[in-house]
Design a protein around this ligand. Sequence first.
Ligand code: HMH
Length: 225
Amino acid sequence: MATGIESSSITSEWLKQHAQLYSEATFHPFIQSIKNGSIDFNCFKRWLSQDYIFVREFVRFLASVLLKTPKNSTADIDIILGGLAALEQEISWFKKEASNWEVDLINCNPQKSNQDYCRFLESLMQPDVEYAVIIVAFWTIEVVYCDSFATCLESDAKTSPLLLEACQRWGNQGFKQYCMSLQKIADKALNSAPQDVQHKAEETFTHVLRNEIEFWNMSYGYDMK
Ligand code: HMH
């Protein structure tokens, strides 16, 4: 199979079962407005500063994933370590991009949806949270950005040249491969997890999707809560 993901894997079943929610998270009006060229750049700037705050918390989350990866899973560790290293570049990109847009990252406060999302990440970092659950969260967080920004690079997209770099950051093929590796790691962990952990992981999957939707809502300037 071209993707290397079994079509009957646990995560691919979830993608089918929660297709509506997944599409709300990956084809949100914010992303649609980037794709059709109508975006208000103030929304992009808001997203940029809020996402910088999120990514700093995400670094800590990823460190906790790395700590929980079984010692003998060296291939998994290498992929997760690659993700952690990529975040260092990502943080530099945020700083550079913020300076281009004259966005102040230092005096920026997390908004409610961002605080909620970061608190959720924090809860996943606790020692008692199973590896299968957090690796699912990790994959979901990354794949939503991958699929969202990839749509802004499709041949019919009217994405502003000013936003192309951001879209390419998460919408490129290499990032897609990385997300597929994470999905495989997640499926492997799920296959050997007891049913209650699988269930908890599925709830985590949908919880991340809801948080992603709220994050886009916040950036777009409306809050549906
Ligand atoms: C809110 N979700 C959010 N920010 C990100 N940077 C990613 C996912 C992907 O890294």
